[in-house]
Write a protein that binds this ligand. Structure first.
Ligand code: SF4
Length: 171
């Protein structure tokens, strides 16, 4: 029998309108190493906080809601449990859901270091959009959508991988 996959989350937003386009389920990962000044979610930093959830149960519950256009992985930093989120993303992609992930790492750093960390390559290959980079408290002009600070980019992952350069989406 296959072993069950568990992911550690700080929380879940069941129907969010602010973490990507359309109505989305948001899974907030527990654990983050970036320590950005002014972080809104310091409770998500510690790696043994939050609660563990069975990945298949999370997927089943998402698929029960026909209103959901997609799923967003937020944090914490989902890259710290990339293998778990890659597992979830692959199951959701099969059902045609659109997947976004936030991370404090940059796209370039992830590409260069993907071979060193469990699940990084798989996660990149199974998400549609990555919002990358650390949160910069002093870099927040008016009107930013889906991003905490202006250095962060909303990246079209599939096309960026295909063309070998960062291609961003405008929102
Ligand atoms: S990456 Fe996100 S969760 Fe982590 S410290 Fe920065 S703002 Fe906070």
């Amino acid at each position: 029998m296959e072993e069950k996959v568990y992911v550690r989350l700080s929380g879940i937003a069941y129907e969010s309108l602010v973490n990507g386009p359309g109505i989305r389920r948001v899974l907030f990962s527990q654990g983050c190493r970036h320590n950005c000044k002014g972080c809104f979610n310091p409770d998500t930093h510690c790696f043994d906080g939050g609660k563990t959830f069975c990945a298949d149960d999370l997927v089943a519950d998402i698929l029960k809601n026909p209103m959901l256009k997609g799923v967003t992985f937020s944090g914490g930093d989902p890259l710290e449990q990339a293998d778990k989120f890659a597992y979830i993303a692959a199951k959701l992609k099969e059902k045609g859901l659109n997947i976004w992930s936030y991370t404090g790492y940059t796209f370039e750093y992830i590409r260069e270091n993907a071979h060193k960390y469990k699940g990084w390559k798989e996660l990149l290959n199974s998400i549609d959009v990555l919002v990358d980079g650390r949160f910069e408290q002093d870099n927040r002009p008016e009107g930013l959508k889906y991003r905490g600070s202006a250095n962060q980019r909303i990246i079209d992952v599939k096309n960026s991988l295909k063309y070998g350069k960062v291609l961003t989406l405008d929102y």
